[in-house]
Structures are given as structure tokens and as C-alpha cells.
Design a protein around this ligand. Structure first.
Ligand code: SF4
Ligand code: FES
Length: 133
């Protein structure tokens, strides 16, 4: 949903973050702490590294909470041709592919998503870490 999405504008790359879809997998903050740093405000510095690196780390975000748009002529994220699903021990389902996900009346296009497999999420079909309870 658009209201949960915050946009961060950079010179070469724009980044968007959907806080409701973040499952705190920390791939971003561990992968590129000079760009993704919770101690900073704003916590994403879109000019903190070259766009290639920022894009590379964002593509590792398993939830799809982070997305980017290149403005420097660099390649935009290409969804994997095959749709793949992996389950972790909590029941979260990690999906990659050219996804079209319905949530209420919204149809969400995404290349990455973590979906709830435990049934407890309040943001279904997405995992919201409620499985931890
Ligand atoms: S990598 Fe994605 S899911 Fe993990 S903390 Fe960062 S934004 Fe959240
Ligand atoms: S699997 Fe995470 S909330 Fe259900």
C-alpha cells in the first residue's frame, strides 16, 4: 500500500522502502552499512555508495521491502524468469520471480516477497514476523 512506502531520492538511484513488508532480515544494514544505517536520519543514504552496489544489496532483500529505480542508465532489476519458493524454519515463504500479488483490492507487482506460512500475519499475504510470537 502506497502509504507505507517511503521514497529516498538520490543522484543516480532512487530507493523505496515499504516498512510493512520489512521482516528485518538485515541484508541491507549488514550488506552496505554506509547506505543503510538505522542510526542515521534518513536511514537510507542513496548517495552513500555507487548505484551498482546499492542495487546489488537491494536485490538481496528477501521481502521486497526495498526496491530501486536507476537514473544513471544502469540496468533496472530484472525479475528471475523462473518463480522460486523457499521456506525457512518459521514457515516464511520466500518467493522470487515476476510476481503479481493480490492484497485486498491491491495488486502488487514485485520481484521478491516473503509470504506468511504460519497464518498469524496481520499483513497477509506478507509475513510480518508475527510467527515470532
Ligand atoms: S534487507 Fe529487506 S527485509 Fe531485510 S531489513 Fe533490509 S529492508 Fe528489511
Ligand atoms: S510466517 Fe511470518 S508471520 Fe507468518
Amino acid at each position: 500500500m502506497t502509504t507505507n512506502i517511503k521514497k529516498y531520492t538520490g543522484k543516480h538511484i532512487d530507493v523505496s522502502f515499504n516498512r510493512k513488508r520489512c521482516i528485518h532480515a538485515a541484508k541491507c544494514v549488514r550488506g552496505l552499512p554506509k547506505v543503510f544505517n538505522l542510526k542515521n536520519k534518513p536511514w537510507i543514504d542513496t548517495d552513500g555508495d555507487i548505484a551498482d552496489k546499492i542495487a546489488e544489496v537491494i536485490e538481496k532483500c528477501p521481502s521486497g521491502a526495498l526496491e530501486y529505480i536507476r537514473k544513471d542508465g544502469g540496468e533496472q532489476e530484472i525479475p528471475s524468469k523462473k518463480t522460486t519458493i523457499e521456506e525457512n524454519a518459521n514457515g516464511t515463504l520466500f518467493i522470487r520471480g515476476d510476481l503479481s500479488i493480490n492484497q485486498g483490492e491491491d495488486n502488487i507487482k514485485s520481484n521478491r516477497a516473503s509470504l506468511c506460512g504460519c497464518g498469524l500475519s496481520k499483513n497477509k499475504p506478507f509475513c510480518d514476523n508475527s510467527h515470532q510470537k
